[in-house]
Design a protein around this ligand. Structure first.
Ligand code: DX5
Ligand code: ZN
Length: 219
């Protein structure tokens, strides 16, 4: 299984976004996590298509679009055209989950399905055949810098078990409150892609990223 750190640029310094992104790349981040918020599915508004388009020119990292957007099928094509390699939608935000995931796959990119902390894990089972990745939210979506919800560990274990039963190779991404200090227990529970915003950006981005990559050596 591959292990990946996906820095969330929500916590980057937008006055020097290009520089911050380069530093995550230098630190060994294979993915770049892009949090899109529409002010409807979540209360906040972040950034969108034009920002992704210009970042696409600045990095070779896998561009991981986390759409916290109501009825996201309306935007999947635009994000693919802007450079997304992976588009994750929320189960709670899709009037037709299967159709949305199929639409993403038909664009020739990876599809992810995310669930909020209050959604039972069991609800993802019927969609496993359409996804490359499951994103378990370990905070309520909408803002960076929140505390990791410990009950997420059981949800990760349950998801990994369900994936094993399906016989498919599906990544588990965990997003919210991920730090160097809790990374190992999240990986031990069965996750293989860690999103980290506030733990990566700030001082020493290269070093912060590198420390996550070092942890992966033990897995
Ligand atoms: C929350 C976002 C996260 C967030 C993570 O809604 O999906 O990606 O930026 O930030 P930290 O790592 O600071 O919790
Ligand atoms: Zn996210």
């Amino acid at each position: 299984m591959k292990y990946v750190i996906a820095p969330s640029i929500l916590s980057a310094d937008f006055t020097q976004l290009g520089k911050d992104i380069k530093e995550t790349e230098e630190g060994g981040a294979a993915y770049l996590h892009f949090d899109v918020m529409d002010g409807m599915f979540v209360p906040n508004i972040s950034f969108g298509i034009p920002v992704m388009k210009s970042i696409r020119k600045a990095t070779h990292q896998v561009m991981d679009a986390h759409l916290m957007v109501q009825d996201p099928i309306r935007y999947v094509k635009a994000f693919k055209e802007a450079g997304a390699d992976l588009i994750t939608v929320h189960l709670e935000a899709c009037p037709d989950v299967r159709k949305t995931l199929t639409e993403i796959k038909d664009l020739g990119i990876m599809a992810g399905l995310s669930i909020c902390p209050e959604t039972p894990v069991e609800e993802i089972r019927e969609y496993l055949e359409y996804v490359d990745m499951i994103l378990i939210m370990s905070v309520h979506p909408g803002a960076g810098g929140q505390k990791f919800m410990e009950e997420s560990l059981d949800r990760i274990r349950e998801t990994r078990k369900m994936i094993e039963e399906s016989g498919k190779e599906i990544d588990i991404q965990v997003d919210g409150g991920v730090k160097l200090e809790n990374a190992r227990k999240i990986l031990d529970a069965g996750a293989n892609i860690l999103v980290a915003g506030s733990a990566v950006f700030g001082d020493n981005i290269v070093e912060n990223t590198r420390k996550f990559v070092e942890i992966f050596r033990d897995y």
